[in-house]
Design a protein around this ligand. Sequence first.
Ligand SMILES: [Ca+2]
Ligand SMILES: [Ca+2]
Length: 286
Amino acid sequence: MVVLSESSSVVTMKDCRIAENSAHASSLYGVWADFDSAGLYMEGCEIVSNINMKDYATFKSLRLTGDKAEIENCLFANGCESYYYEAVIILDDEVSSVDFSNCTFFGSGGETIALYTWGNAGNLNIRNSIIRGYGVLMQNNNLDVSVDYSNVQGGWEGAGVGNIDVDPLFAEDGLGEGGEVLYGVVPDFHLMSSAGRYDALAGMWVRDDVDSPCIDAGDPLAWIGDEPLGCGGRINMGAYGGTAEASLTDKCSEAIIGDVNRDCVVDIVDFAAMAGNWLVSTVESL
Ligand SMILES: [Ca+2]
Ligand SMILES: [Ca+2]
């Protein structure tokens, strides 16, 4: 477990992986961030396949206690079979502002809750994310919550637009047909795609027979980031949306100069994107 406590500056965690740990304790955490005055920035982190072996115990990927956090392109998924209660993410009281963007929350087994909040008063914004498992539970909640362009188990009836509730068609969720954890099976939360999907285990691109509904389902105004050629010109939901490992929309024979949004067509959308940034420069002065 990583514990971050009483930091006077913003802590950055980038491309960290906390995985395949098991322990026997009442309560376990991947990261517990308890800040008095600063905040947490996480990008590209994975807290996956950890398990608490004790009955009626929990493993929480992330616990935020206090102040603000900004979390992008992170994956939170932990195994839990017979335990009656678990939360992938927990937000405690005193949280003031938490933004999740392009994250995947997956609670497996038992009555696993993907996102749990308790007694908060602040802002929680979730965008372009996938929340599967036992859905979202909020108790004594005073948070101002918005969820946009996300796939939420059980649906989302609060503030926000563009949300869906469908099977995200992960490459491998690590569960059997009865929802049981398949030990020894390495989960892979890339989205299935007939045009192309990065197989994390094999380290190569493959094609599936089906297409995930989370492909090109993110905020249409969000930039595609590093999504590769054939990305459809629109960001995907989930932890790999906006990255070079984003699942593809189209099979494209070659890149075309001027195809700004990499959807394999040069049209007015590309022209507008370029015109909107006309004469903008990011060159830093020496
Ligand atoms: Ca896309
Ligand atoms: Ca284009």
